[in-house]
Design a protein around this ligand. Structure first.
Ligand code: AMP
Ligand code: GLY
Length: 413
């Protein structure tokens, strides 16, 4: 098989790593890739957001399968571009990707099909939203329905903070003309449950726990994720089984019933409440940094899984049972303003250990080139061992502008 991955971060590096091990692979291309990915695949210099250019490249290079890494390609209609083509895209159409790109769409599906999630109301008017808010208890969650550069979710611990968020989103229209969802606050452990999906077929992966806050002890601003580990011992198998059947399978089946068939990676961002797991959000692609600890656990052939699924067959997947833990090394200042182009030295481990999230090669030197720069993994028979191994690998990396959390996985020790 000839495969093209779209994207350039740690998730795409992990995808390239898993795919490069496949017995079915002939040639692997990545647009636009990064220096870590370049060691595993041929880098293609086309704009992955230019659907026509991607199509032309895919046709000219006999690509069999395209894997879009990020939701931006899905929202940009890359899958729709290949409907009725012999080239498969393992990612949902723009319409089905709304399960991630439109919070209102996702909530409507969950309500209609009785999929457990937080209670909510949708607003397009500031005064109505404030009136509803006055009858709610605190904490409360305010979510902008649309792209908001990662700032669209406010977990408000006072009415003042909630009102201010509503003012910015509905009065000042800071992020645009989207609606706002006011949502019940759910309390419990958060975890990510990712699945391979093709229409009604759903195959779960092991669960992972991301650390979204910038600072230790879950303080500071929300980020794309500062560290991750898998599996997550505080979440019991009974609860995962329920989440697979009553959340992930039910959602895939609901999308089929809505004539919105989903193919790709369906990611449930869940909270283990006292009433059981509930959905915070769905994503229509692999999680980042979840991909970087889940894909190295995969012992089955990645392309065989996709090939079987696309021909409506379910395959038994083998996973490594050890703990995998990943620490994100980010630029000082992230998730706000940060500088780039700092030299990175000391990556001696193979690419199944250090994944590149935001790096660049210039005149033979590896430089920082993003907010989140590297994800360094470790594995072990216990979380403690995986954590120690991961931080041992972090210590080897030398870069004056990188920071990281020292407590990834600490809650589960
Ligand atoms: P999201 O962008 O939807 O993933 O939300 C970002 C973060 O806000 C989540 O990872 C949660 O930690 C938190 N969050 C979102 N919705 C809720 C909720 N209903 N209850 C509690 N926390 C939430
Ligand atoms: N790790 C969270 C995400 O990929 O959205």
């Amino acid at each position: 098989m000839n495969v093209l991955i779209l994207g350039q971060g740690g998730r795409e590096h992990a995808l390239a790593y898993a795919i490069s091990k496949s017995k079915l692979l002939s040639k692997l291309y990545v647009a636009k890739g990064n220096p870590g990915i370049a060691e595993l695949a041929t880098i293609v210099n086309i704009n992955p957001l230019d659907n026509k250019a991607v199509k032309k490249f895919a046709e000219e290079h006999n690509i069999d399968l395209i894997i879009p890494g990020s939701e931006v390609y899905l929202e940009n209609g890359i899958t729709d571009q290949f409907i009725n083509s012999s080239i498969s895209v393992f990612g949902p159409t723009k319409k089905a990707a709304q399960i991630e790109t439109s919070k209102e769409f996702a909530k409507t599906i969950m309500k209609k099909y009785d999929i457990p999630t937080a209670d909510y109301e949708v607003f397009d008017n500031y005064n109505n939203a404030v009136e509803y808010l006055s009858k709610q208890s605190i904490p409360i969650v305010i979510k902008y329905d649309g792209l908001a550069a990662g700032k669209g979710v406010v977990v408000a611990t006072s009415i003042e903070v909630a009102t201010e968020a509503l003012r910015l989103m509905l009065k000042d229209r800071l992020y645009g003309n989207g609606n706002v969802i006011i949502e019940e606050f759910l309390e419990g452990e958060e975890y990510s449950l990712m699945t391979f999906v093709h229409n009604n077929l759903v195959i779960p992966m092991p669960i992972a726990q991301d650390h979204k806050r910038l600072l230790e002890n879950d303080l500071g601003p929300n980020t794309g994720g500062m560290g991750v580990y898998s599996p997550v011992p505080v979440i019991k198998q009974r609860s995962i089984d329920f989440a697979v059947s009553d959340i992930m399978k039910k959602t895939a089946q609901a999308l089929v019933k809505e004539n919105c068939n989903f193919t790709g990676f369906l990611y449930g961002g869940l909270i283990q409440t006292i009433e059981g797991p509930k959905v915070i959000e769905f994503n229509a692609r692999f999680g980042d940094p979840e991909a970087e600890v889940i894909l190295p656990k995969l012992e089955s052939d990645f392309l065989e899984i996709i090939e079987k699924l696309l021909s409506d067959k379910i395959i038994d997947i083998k996973w490594n049972e050890e703990y995998f833990l990943g620490v994100v090394m980010a630029s000082k200042g992230y998730p706000s303003k940060y500088d780039i182009k700092f030299k990175i030295k000391g990556i001696t481990e193979p690419d199944s250990v250090v994944f590149h999230m935001g790096t660049k090669l210039l005149n033979g030197e590896l430089l920082t080139n993003g907010g989140r720069v590297l994800l360094v993994t470790g594995r072990g028979k216990t979380i403690k061992e995986a954590k120690e191994n991961s931080y041992k690998n972090v210590q080897k990396i030398n870069c004056e502008n990188l920071i990281y959390r020292k407590d990834i996985g600490a809650k589960s020790l």
